[in-house]
Design a protein around this ligand. Structure first.
Ligand SMILES: *Cc1c(COP(=O)(O)O)cnc(C)c1O
Length: 434
């Protein structure tokens, strides 16, 4: 079998050295991958049990249109999400266009003029700056009289408990905690760390709403933030929980009241969750959730594989080769523009869709430098599928994530390495030349 593998990798443009190197790295990861498989097994059971407990049936896969008053499949999907996340209620809709939109309605639905929003974990994800009004924007929370306060992390990425205590005041209504580092340089928080932070906040002000931006974190661990005190957990269906199948959507899970408030914002006051037909995509969303534990495990393996490979070659990787994982994002610091571009070209060349396209840096709106992106996905913009992007500026770091099967993640990362070898940034003996 080994021979056959070498043969097909060769046909796909890989050199023997790159294959040997990659296979050797993989061998060294057996124990870690076993651990990830166990997490996937647990989460698979959790999702399956939620489907059985909620008596999912073929009847829920029908097509509902119009107001969607009798959309039993949509209601079932939401019951299943609530069970998986051990939450009272869920809002899971194709009408939620992306993760930012889900976070926006969770915030706007639960905050009122005069309230204050607090981020105790530093600056939130870029797109939320407009939502909150950190960056001036029409219709932002700031325009509606919601103030914002932020407490940065300590030097070692720990929570600044003293600062958080001082920041909480009579106006503080909602605390937003971003689990994944996203495209920042801080670490990603574990669910248990988030639990400690929530406990600390609630100890000071018990009625404050704690919301977690759960993007990229779902199913990486066996518990979710709603199990450690979060009142709301929010994410995108074209990341982990859609399992690569969901064509669109976002979710909010949490207390009945918080979810209802968000639903009143998504549709309108009074109608809330009652309206919004799912237009025949329930089966896809439910099946995607069913696949999500294994899909997420594949993406986590890919991230660890890449970290180990590029760290051995001598590049800085975040998280490093040994660290425990709480999301699916990997960054590699190349300190070199050409390396970043070749890496992205390799990822693109490994894609099932648009593999023949060559990505180039461009002046994307909203960014302060050129950006290069590699994605050849079945679902446009899906970042649970193998994808990479990098701002063309020092330290020339590339962020990549996804791979809806482990094998595809592996081939993609091997392809990135092959491109770096072909461009002589890494030599035939897999040593850096830069
Ligand atoms: C992806 C992401 C979001 C939302 O992004 P969308 O592109 O709008 O789906 C928010 N926060 C974090 C940490 C993310 O990774």
């Amino acid at each position: 079998m080994e021979d056959k593998l070498y043969e097909i990798y060769k046909e796909m443009g890989f050199s023997k050295n790159v294959c040997d190197f990659a296979f050797d790295i993989e061998k060294g990861l057996k124990e870690r991958f076993d651990e990830i498989d166990k997490i996937a097994e647990y989460n698979q059971m959790k999702v399956l049990k939620a489907m059985q407990d909620n008596k999912l049936s073929d009847a829920h896969f029908g097509v509902a249109t119009g107001y969607g008053y009798t959309d039993i499949g949509r209601d079932k999907l939401e019951d299943i999400y609530a069970s998986v996340f051990k939450a009272e209620a869920a809002l899971v809709r194709p009408q939620i266009t992306c993760g930012t939109h889900a976070l926006s309605i969770a915030l706007a639905g639960n905050l009122r003029p005069g309230d204050e929003l607090l981020s105790p974990v530093g600056k939130p994800y870029d797109t939320l700056e407009s939502v909150i009004g950190i960056r001036n924007e029409k219709g932002s929370l700031a325009e509606y009289g919601v103030t914002y306060r932020q407490v940065d992390l300590l030097e070692d990425d720990g929570f600044d408990y003293e600062g958080i205590k001082n920041a909480i005041n009579s106006k503080t209504k909602l605390v937003t905690i971003q689990r994944s580092k996203g495209y920042a340089t801080r670490k990603t928080f574990s669910v248990s760390e988030i639990g400690e932070l929530i406990a600390f906040v609630k100890n000071i002000k018990p009625d404050v709403i704690c919301m977690v931006d759960n993007c990229y974190g779902e199913f990486v661990e066996i518990i979710e933030p709603t199990e450690v005190g979060a009142d709301m957990c929010v994410g995108s269906l074209i990341k982990n929980p859609g399992g690569g199948l969901a064509p669109i959507g976002g979710y909010i899970v949490g207390t009945k009241e918080c979810v209802e408030n968000a639903a009143f914002r998504l549709t309108c006051p009074g109608l809330g969750k009652e309206v919004g037909a799912s237009l025949g995509i329930n089966q896809t969303l439910i099946q995607g959730l069913f696949l999500s534990p294994t899909v997420t495990a594949g993406a986590v393996k890919g991230a660890i594989f890449a970290a180990n490979m590029y760290e051995r070659i001598g590049f800085k990787v975040v998280p490093n080769s040994k660290e425990s994982r709480h999301d699916i994002i990997q960054s590699i610091v190349f300190e070199n523009e050409k390396a970043v571009i070749e890496f992205c070209k390799g990822i693109q060349a490994a894609a099932p869709v648009d593999s023949f396209v060559v990505p180039e840096p461009w002046d994307m709106p909203g960014y302060d430098s050129d950006v290069i992106m590699a994605a050849g996905a079945f679902i446009q913009g899906s970042s649970i599928e193998l994808s990479a992007d990098a701002p063309i500026k020092p330290p020339y770091a590339v962020y990549f994530q996804g791979g809806i099967t482990w094998y595809h993640a592996k081939i993609g990362i091997m392809k990135s390495l092959q491109y770096l070898v072909n461009a002589q940034i890494i030599d035939e003996n897999l040593e850096k030349t830069i």
